[in-house]
Design a protein. Sequence first.
Length: 113
Amino acid sequence: MVMVLPQYTLKTKHLLMKCPTCGSEQFQRNGHRRGRQNYRCKNCGRQYIEAYVVRGYSEDTRQLCIKMYSAGLGLREMERLTGISHSTLYNWIKQSGLFSSEETSSNDTDSGH
């Protein structure tokens, strides 16, 4: 009967990891942050974690919100429907070029009144 030790599986898991900067497989454990193990590359010194979580909204969501704005929905109404902050929606629409320079400057100056 062969027993597999948890330490052995842990080491094989580490053999698959590479530094995201230089690709080196030589690293050491370097503490924890937010409950996740940190590693430090022995070659370049970069600190990294095993896997990063992709954050943010998908491009499909962004395009849908831009279409909603083009169809005449207001930012606050879109915020209520989607749960996405009106500030985020405003930035997306501004980046898409749908706001003219006059609308942008008038919104910035009227925000205090």
